[in-house]
Structures are given as structure tokens and as C-alpha cells.
Ligand binder design. Structure first.
Ligand SMILES: [Zn+2]
Length: 221
């Protein structure tokens, strides 16, 4: 791993200033079937890189996938977020010794309060499930997969997705269902995903769907 550089961030909710690892380039060596990037080296190094995608304030637990500097919250938004963070049960339990997935949970809570799309909430939960897998936190991996499925399904119903985003989201609902052991459900969603591909030039996704469909079929048998 290259040297970790640091920058400063100022929390848009409570104003606390703290050091954060700054992005920087990294190498991936392909993706798993749920699109989790594979990194060379130890899984925990990969987990750390995925975790860098979310920043969490150590003082008030405000968290976001966006750079803090680019966020400008209104008084009401700050108030709403503070209330949510204060009332959150998981944050209350885990704040003193935060597990690796906690920033993603906090980001989900804050993004929901700030009115982000269900597609974005699903993305946060999907990344949380990747971190849990790399850190061998298996019960939480399933919890986040389930939450990702729920957000993605709501997004498909209500957010008018199209093109690549529609196909990838539909496929992910299938793949996450397969990983949760819902094989029949998974097969239906792979078929839905294939239908969304008509006319689209996403050969890699087409191949991935065929492969995962076969796998789900053999697991369901
Ligand atoms: Zn803060």
C-alpha cells in the first residue's frame, strides 16, 4: 500500500475539525459478483480503502460519502441530522468503540434525513456489506445486504432509473438475494435484469448475469 496522506475536514453539522485520510489512487484487480472491488494485499487493507469512501465526524457521528467541504447544510437540516444521530440505537451502542461498518450506518442515517435517493442509500449499504465481508463481520454483512436490497427495490419502484443504472441495480437485487439464500427470488431478478439490457451495450453485465443465474439455479436445486 502507498503512503497514507492526510487532510483536514470540518464537520458541516457540529464544526469539529479533524484529520482524514485523503483519497489518492489505488489499484484494483477485478470485482466480485456483487461488484465489490478486489485489491492486492490483505482483505483488511481493501476494507480500509472502501471505508475511506465515507467520512464520519468523531465528535457528532455525522457521516457522508461526499466531501465535507462540499456540503452546505441549512439550519433545519443540521437540526434534523443531530436529532437523528442522537436517537439512533446502533450509534449509541457502538460509538465508543466503532466497528468498521459504523460510518456507513451513520451515513445511511444522515443521507436518509437529508433526502438522498434510495439508490444512494442502497449504495451505502452495499459498500457496508463489502467492508463487513472483508472484515469477517458476517451477521452484519447480511444485515447490510438486506438493507441494500430494500433501498434498491424502492428505488426501482419510485425513482425512474434507466440505462446502466437500471440494469446494474436490478442485477444487484438478484445477486444480493442469492447471497442471502433467496435463490428463487434471485433467479427472477436476474431475468428482470436481462430484460433491461435489451438494446444496451453492457456485455460484461450480460456475461455476469448468465454466470450468476446458473449458480443460483444450481444452488436452488
Ligand atoms: Zn460533527
Amino acid at each position: 500500500m502507498g503512503k497514507v496522506e492526510h487532510a483536514y475536514a470540518r464537520c458541516p453539522v457540529c464544526g469539529y475539525v479533524f484529520r482524514v485520510p485523503s483519497g489518492g489512487a489505488y489499484v484494483t484487480v477485478g470485482r466480485e459478483a456483487d461488484l465489490c472491488p478486489k485489491f492486492p494485499g490483505r482483505p483488511s487493507d481493501g476494507a480500509r480503502l472502501i471505508r475511506n469512501a465515507v467520512t464520519m465526524c468523531p465528535a457528532c457521528s455525522f457521516a457522508s460519502q461526499e466531501e465535507f467541504g462540499s456540503l452546505d447544510l441549512t439550519f433545519d437540516e443540521r437540526y434534523g441530522v443531530e436529532e437523528r444521530l442522537r436517537e439512533d440505537g446502533l450509534l449509541r451502542v457502538f460509538r465508543t468503540s466503532p466497528p468498521p461498518w459504523l460510518p456507513f450506518h451513520a451515513a445511511e442515517v444522515c443521507s436518509k434525513e437529508l433526502g438522498y435517493r434510495a439508490r444512494d442509500l442502497g449504495d451505502i449499504c452495499l459498500r457496508a456489506s463489502w467492508v463487513c465481508r472483508k472484515e469477517k463481520e458476517h451477521p452484519f454483512e447480511s444485515t447490510f445486504q438486506l438493507r441494500a436490497v430494500r433501498h434498491f427495490m424502492r428505488s426501482l419502484e419510485q425513482e425512474g432509473l434507466y440505462g446502466r443504472e437500471l440494469s446494474v441495480t436490478t442485477y444487484l437485487v438478484g445477486e444480493l438475494n442469492r447471497r442471502l439464500g433467496h435463490h428463487r427470488e434471485a433467479l427472477n431478478w436476474y431475468v428482470n435484469a436481462e430484460r433491461t439490457l435489451e438494446g444496451d451495450n453492457l456485455a460484461w453485465l450480460d456475461r455476469l448475469i448468465s454466470r450468476q443465474k446458473e449458480q443460483a439455479a444450481s444452488e436452488a436445486a
